[in-house]
Design a protein around this ligand. Structure first.
Ligand code: CA
Length: 227
C-alpha cells in the first residue's frame, strides 16, 4: 500500500484529500505544520509527499529542502499562488512536481498516480543522498545539477554503498563486491577510492556528511546534512 504524507494546515482540505487518497487504496498520514511533516516523514517514510507551500511555521520550500536531506519521496508542491517564482523555487528545493490551488480532485489524484508510476518505472534506480543523485541504471552521478565524472570502479563503490543506505558496509564486503573475490592485495585500496569519491562529491574528509567512516570496519553512505 503506497504511503502518502499530506502536509496541509487547513484541516478541511487535509481531511478531504486524505479521504480521496484512502479511497484509492493509499495509506495516508497528515501533518499540519512543517515540523510535524519532517517528524512524520522520518517515521513513516512516505513514497509521495503532498506539500502545501503556505504553512504556519516553516515555508513549504524550506520543508522540501529539509525533506530532501533524508527522504527519497516524490514531493508534489501545492501552491495557492500562481506565481512562476514559487514553482521555480520549489523545484530548485528538490520538489518533483507542483500543482496550483484551486485544483480538481481528479487532477490531484492523477498527479499522485503519475508520481507513483515514475517511482515504479525507475524501480528505485534513482537514489538521492542530500544533494547527490545517483542513477544506478544509467551509471550517472550529479551533485546538485552538475554531473560528476566517476571512474567505473568509483561508481561501483558508490553504488555498493548506495544499495544499503545508512548501513555500515565493511571494507572486505566492498572489496569483494567492487574488486571481486579474486582481487589480490590490501583492502586499503578501498580507503584510497573513498578519498577520491569524497573529493569528487565535495564531501569534507574531516567532517563527511555523505560517506562516513565506521572506525575499524568500513563505511556508510548517509542522506547528508550536517552531523
Ligand atoms: Ca496553507
Amino acid at each position: 500500500m503506497p504511503r502518502i504524507l499530506i502536509v496541509e494546515d487547513e484541516s478541511l482540505t487535509a481531511e478531504m484529500l486524505a479521504a480521496l487518497l484512502r479511497q484509492e487504496g493509499h495509506q495516508v498520514s497528515i501533518a499540519r505544520t512543517g515540523a510535524d511533516a519532517l517528524q512524520l516523514a522520518r517515521a513513516c517514510n512516505p513514497e509521495v509527499v503532498l506539500l502545501d507551500i503556505g504553512l504556519p511555521d516553516l515555508s513549504g520550500v524550506e520543508v522540501c529542502r529539509r525533506l530532501r536531506e533524508f527522504s527519497t519521496a516524490d514531493i508534489l508542491m501545492v501552491t495557492a499562488r500562481r506565481h512562476e517564482a514559487d514553482k521555480v523555487v520549489g523545484l530548485d528545493a528538490g520538489a518533483d512536481d507542483y500543482i496550483t490551488k484551486p485544483y480538481s480532485p481528479a487532477e490531484l489524484l492523477a498527479r499522485v498516480r503519475a508520481a507513483l508510476r515514475r517511482r515504479c518505472r525507475s524501480g528505485l534506480q534513482i537514489r538521492r543522498f542530500g544533494n547527490v543523485t545517483l542513477d544506478l541504471a544509467g551509471r550517472r552521478v550529479r551533485v546538485g545539477e552538475t554531473e560528476v565524472e566517476l571512474s567505473p570502479r568509483e561508481f561501483d563503490l558508490l553504488a555498493a554503498l548506495a544499495r544499503r543506505p545508512g548501513e555500515a558496509v565493511s571494507r572486505q564486503a566492498l572489496l569483494d563486491q567492487v574488486w571481486g573475490p579474486n582481487y589480490v592485495g590490501d583492502n586499503k585500496v578501498v580507503d584510497v577510492y573513498i578519498g577520491s569519491l569524497r573529493r569528487k562529491l565535495g564531501d569534507d574528509p574531516d567532517r563527511p556528511r555523505l560517506i562516513q567512516t565506521v572506525r575499524g570496519y568500513g563505511y556508510r553512505l548517509v542522506a547528508g546534512g550536517p552531523e
